[in-house]
Design a protein around this ligand. Sequence first.
Ligand code: SAH
Ligand code: SF4
Ligand code: F3S
Length: 486
Amino acid sequence: MSSPSPRDKNASRDIEAPVIAQGTKKGNAQASDINDAKQTKKVFIKTYGCQMNVYDSERMADVLSPIGYAAVDAPDDADLVVLNTCHIREKAAEKVYSELGRVRKMKETKEAEGRGEMTVAVAGCVAQAEGAEIMRRAPVVDMVLGPQTYHKLPEMIAKVTRAKGDVLETEFDTLEKFDQLPTTRDPKGFSAFLTIQEGCDKFCTFCVVPYTRGAEVSRPVDQIVMEARSLAQKGVREITLIGQNVNAYLADAPDGSGQWGLGALIRHVAKIGGIDRIRFTTSHPRDMDDDLIETLGSEPKLMPYLHLPIQAGSNKILRAMNRDHTYAHYKELIAKIRAARPDIALSGDFIVGFPGETDADFEDTMKCVEEIGYGSSFSFKYSIRPGTPGASMPRQVPEDVKSERLKRLQDLLYKQQTEFNHSLIGRTLDVLVEGVGRDGGQLFGRSPYLQGTHFDGPESLIGTIVPVTITGAGRNSLTGEWTQTE
Ligand code: SAH
Ligand code: SF4
Ligand code: F3S
């Protein structure tokens, strides 16, 4: 999965890059009840991949805090190092092994200098997909934990440190994970992810997610609301409801009136005081129902930005990918969404070089991008994933052809993104101020369309939503002037 993280613009550009190193809390002065336990040990968590992993890393820090672990920004001195990994493309998966090489050296130095032991854990989708192989290839690893086992982390650490044995835990019980994780959260800023659904039943023929994350499971409404309230109490103003297929959300209505889809859940979460902005990601075109589209049009807290991947424009390739819809269906859907919410900006994922993709098929993808128009996007060369149907399909596309197609596609997508950002010059947008800018002096926040936005203003604005008149735009960010209202 690849939707942008509201907090890290680099993460939204390259989903294989580590997106967040869990660190000390920045900018949020609220007291944390989770962190009250005496923390004498240090944990470093490095996160790769999508927002599901970002969320999971935060939750791992939450379960480790009461047993004495404080999150740190660097691995050198850590008692526990967790790599939360991604298996989506070959490059992403291979990164784990090179990182483990570096961790091994740090562990050896730490132990040789008498600074104590270092326990090394691999979590996430590579752990789930090739746990036993990790143990074999990287003896430095003490623990392998799949994405549905994080609530058991304290138990696993005890096993490793007391019994000195290796632990491999890759059971699938998504609901147990969520039942066991604390409902209190320790958010890092003013925008937070909240997992409402996990797993995928779609089995696109290129994708590992159904194997690494299991079947689609939705969390109960009350659990989500409790977590959202706890985030609001700690100063969070924006919540992104996340899931591999978030618009497949389906759970019992708390009032016993039947079942709720994503639209009803959003309207419910919107009633929580303090939460001013709601986003959701990632959606599948097959699951965009009318109720959700209407909610996009009617719920003012819902941001005018939708990540709705199509992957390819050719019907032949869409069929081979098992996406289960045509380009015409997608186009109709976009027309309906734009009619309901005219100010919406679209974002999408694209794969070039899927097996059997001819020049003509690729031109269909270019045509799709030209016709639809995207405000932001993520595009990738097809990567063969062992065990998926795509891996054994005939007519694999040569690497140089994939590279050429990706370049052409990205030239077009980046041009559209730059044009979209330029179209905002002169408009006044509400910006959620997240902190000071990298160069100091300026403030940094996010527009409704997720672009990072820089402007001058007092630090007292941090954590609030303020009007900013846009004066400049680049491909990835905006600059503006704070429009003082008093
Ligand atoms: N559930 C989401 C996306 C999950 S994976 C959805 O269906 O839209 C995030 C993105 O990674 C996908 O949308 C796809 O564009 C890309 N991706 C997944 N598997 C890939 C592969 N084998 N090679 C290249 N890109 C891939
Ligand atoms: Fe992967 Fe397709 Fe599921 Fe998205 S919908 S997670 S691309 S299998
Ligand atoms: Fe996400 Fe990568 Fe797993 S994209 S679901 S962390 S394979």
